[in-house]
Design a protein around this ligand. Structure first.
Ligand code: PLP
Length: 425
């Protein structure tokens, strides 16, 4: 198929892209035969690479049996098995799994479960969810209210309830040492201050990306931050929600990124790498006590038609098995260390690279005008769009939030599939 002159599709902008023909492993080809290295796994989705034969076979087998069973009519084996597998990977006590079709749905589900839990335990005055600025938690209105990213939220502010935000711990911008525990405590204590200022009895939850995604550019929390956050949430009866939509699924080197700090949330959400692009799938995984509270009080007033779709769940299960069989978390850690090292070497050659950060194969680099002050590049340079285009022309896909004019810095995510080798690096 050639590219039609006029497209009836629309997404965020009028930008056109080449037409995809096929994808295998870490590579993608357009209809003109040009090959691209998928340096961002799409949008940090295709974690195990494209067209994995074992996943395709599992999906084919399921397709021959059934592709849809409505959750209120039937239980399905793939959903049951995937829930059990997911629970076995999640922290102790988080063994109740609620399926959705994507990250925003997972975040919406988490907020609503948290809210219904508060009502069920007689704490109905808890209505506020604290999040960070910048952050991204999804594009539906509930998830957007938690998103700290003005270019995306501004037009909708009058339609959403304002939710409290605290600064993300961007130590590299504030000239603080991320290896120093005092830095982690400095940023975490902002959560406690905010809880106290708002009134602890009004706070439902705090939501955090353990390793940041597109908004902060793979921000890794400073030492001591995650533990202190956990302590503060527990102190005030605030539920801790880990948004692992992007960081979950192994690409940071652990299946859940929060394992790096040995911190357990009350609820977590996962999506992108969960079915790794083979099907639209996400999940909310909640502590069994929270789910029991809500179900005992009459039921969870929430659900999506496609939830627990057997085909999507069969894909998800096969993806998780592939991650285990091929030891892809360990590969993401090793290849990530190599890639980060090479990116860091580029800093010596190019003074406009202000920072290289990330964990495993969730990496980012940031372009700046002046590395000593971290002053951003002049807007008119439009480095944001420019660099992505240069990479594209040269057959490499990297990820940035295009068209946002460097609102959170000109950072670019480098996140190739977890099957990447030193050759691909
Ligand atoms: N949460 C995080 C951390 C994300 O990175 C994203 C998507 O980028 C979302 C939520 C929303 O997920 P989706 O685009 O699948 O709705």
């Amino acid at each position: 198929m050639s590219r039609p002159e006029t497209s009836h599709l629309f997404y965020q902008t009028r930008q056109r892209r080449p037409v995809l023909d096929q994808a295998r492993g870490v590579y993608m080809w357009d209809v003109d035969g040009k090959r691209y290295l998928d340096g961002s796994s799409g949008a940090m989705v295709c974690n195990i690479g494209h067209s994995n034969p074992r996943v395709l076979e599992a999906m084919r087998k399921q397709m021959d049996k059934s592709t849809f069973g409505y959750r209120l009519h039937f239980e399905t084996e793939p959903a049951e098995h995937l829930a059990a597998k997911t629970a076995s990977l999640a922290p102790e006590g988080l063994d109740k799994v609620f399926f959705v079709s994507g990250g925003s749905e997972a975040v919406e589900s988490a907020i609503k479960l948290a809210r219904q839990n508060a009502v069920a335990i007689g704490e109905a005055q808890r209505t506020k969810v604290i999040s960070r600025e910048p952050s991204y938690h999804g594009c539906t209105l509930g998830a957007l209210a938690l998103t700290g990213y003005a270019p995306l939220t501004a037009p909708f502010e009058p339609m959403m309830r304002p939710m409290p935000k605290i600064p993300a711990p961007r130590a590299y911008l504030d000239g603080l040492d991320p290896e120093d525990e005092a830095t982690g405590h400095h940023y975490a204590d902002m959560l406690e201050e905010r809880i106290l200022a708002e009134g602890p009895e009004t706070i439902l939850a705090f939501i955090v990306e353990p390793v940041g995604g597109a908004s902060t550019g793979a921000l890794v929390p400073p030492r001591g931050y995650m533990k202190r956050i956990r302590e503060i949430c527990s102190r005030y009866g605030v539920l801790l929600i880990h948004d692992e939509v992007m960081s979950g699924g192994g690409r940071t080197g652990k299946f859940f990124a929060a394992e790096h700090w040995d911190v357990d949330p009350d609820i977590l959400v996962i999506s992108k790498g969960f079915a790794a692009g083979y099907a639209p799938l996400g999940a909310m995984v909640a502590h069994r006590d929270i789910v029991a509270n809500v179900l005992d009080a009459g039921g969870f007033l929430h659900g999506f038609t496609y939830a627990g779709n057997p085909l999507a769940c069969a894909a998800g299960l096969a993806v998780l098995e592939e991650i285990e069989r091929e030891n892809l978390c360990a590969n993401a850690a090793a290849t990530g260390t190599l890639l980060k090292g090479e990116l860091t070497k580029l800093m010596e050659r190019y003074s406009i690279i202000g920072d290289v950060r990330g964990e495993g194969l969730l990496l980012a680099f940031e372009l700046v005008d002046d590395r000593t002050t971290m002053r951003p590049l002049p807007r008119e340079l439009n480095a944001f769009n420019h660099l992505v285009d240069i990479a594209y022309d040269n057959g490499l896909i990297i990820y940035s939030r295009r068209t946002r004019g460097g609102y959170c810095g000109d950072h670019f995510l480098i996140a190739p599939p977890m099957i990447s080798t030193s050759g691909h690096v």
